[in-house]
Design a protein around this ligand. Structure first.
Ligand SMILES: C[S@@+](CC[C@H](N)C(=O)[O-])C[C@H]1O[C@@H](n2cnc3c(N)ncnc32)[C@H](O)[C@@H]1O
Length: 290
């Protein structure tokens, strides 16, 4: 654990409640160690409720037993299912708007000018794929106005720690609720086909530009290669300062010179890395690696 944690224990708490608190705190440490996600000390009830069906399905009664089982290496699926259940996968199309306007108006024209081999964009912590596919739609709109802008098509890679969302992102099929979040009627008509009354399937020219794979942001990025732009939004808020710094240093190494890091609206590089300079855009900021 990187930051000191305090928990207030009521004086009238029973021994059983004490041991439940210890078990919960041990689970918080375990979750942070494997995923970076820090949990509040007041989430015990919520966490236990969320995990109960998984523990039951794997024949374990308590969080402590689940952690023991994982450490013995006898049930690797249990670990994956716990991660899937503990991640917050909230996302939408063109989330916050300005990163996508900046991509269209500033970053793609700059990449066009460089005429490099294959420009690469990374959507890190991509959830169900809305961000990566929003980027692909922007590229489609830009290249239709600027034919031949890039000698080879831009590659987009989406990564996430949750295998459940990687599967869903790769399928590129969305229900009525999910399609409605931030997508204009025009783009819905242009880029999706309705498979039945409930689902919308992304057309292949937008889908094929994107590849999804598992990646834990706490691990090495060496196999990912170099990128021109990295989107990593609305995930670092869950991490300790120590993990934020380590991740931003690794992003700096994964970016080409002059590459750009785009964080969530409530996230910042300040205090965590000296490898970036802040660039103001119309309705937000991005970070240029120098
Ligand atoms: C709130 S969603 C944000 C999705 C998208 N970036 C956006 O802004 O709409 C956070 C995502 O981070 C992923 N995540 C959490 N910890 C991670 C880690 N250590 N490595 C990679 N992804 C992680 C979760 O699985 C989840 O899909």
């Amino acid at each position: 654990m990187s930051e000191a944690r305090t928990i207030s224990i009521p004086k009238n708490m029973t021994n059983v409640e004490h041991s439940n608190t210890d078990e919960y705190l041990a689970f918080c440490d375990y979750l942070e160690e494997i995923s970076g996600i820090t949990l509040g000390t007041n989430k015990a009830y919520l966490v236990k409720n969320r995990l109960r069906p998984i523990l039951t399905a794997h024949g374990v009664e308590t969080l402590a037993d689940a952690m023991k089982k994982i450490k013995r290496g006898v049930d690797p699926k249990l670990n994956l299912e716990i991660i899937d259940a503990m991640t917050t996968n909230e996302t939408s199309w063109f989330r916050d708007q300005y990163p996508f306007e900046y991509l269209h108006d500033e970053l793609l024209p700059k990449l066009k000018g460089k005429r490099m081999a294959t420009p690469k964009i990374w959507s890190a912590a991509c959830s169900h794929g809305h961000e990566a596919y929003s980027i692909s739609m922007i590229i489609d709109e830009y290249t239709s106005r600027n034919p031949g802008a890039f000698p080879t098509d831009i590659q987009i890679i989406g990564t996430d720690i949750s295998s459940r969302v990687i599967k869903s992102a790769s399928a590129a099929e969305y229900d009525r609720l999910s399609i409605a979040r931030g997508l204009s009627e025009d783009r819905k008509k242009k880029y999706f086909t309705e498979t039945n009354n409930e689902h919308y399937s992304l057309i292949s020219k937008i889908k094929n530009r994107v590849r999804f794979q598992y990646l834990n942001l706490l691990e090495s990025y060496a196999s990912m290669g170099k990128f021109d732009i990295i989107f990593c939004r609305n995930v670092l808020i869950y991490f300790s300062n120590e993990n934020k710094s380590a991740i931003m240093e690794k992003f700096a190494k994964a970016l080409n010179h002059d590459g750009v890091l785009i964080l969530g609206a409530s996230e910042t590089v300040s205090n965590y890395s000296k490898a970036f300079e802040m660039v103001k855009c119309k309705r937000g900021v991005v970070y240029r690696h120098f």
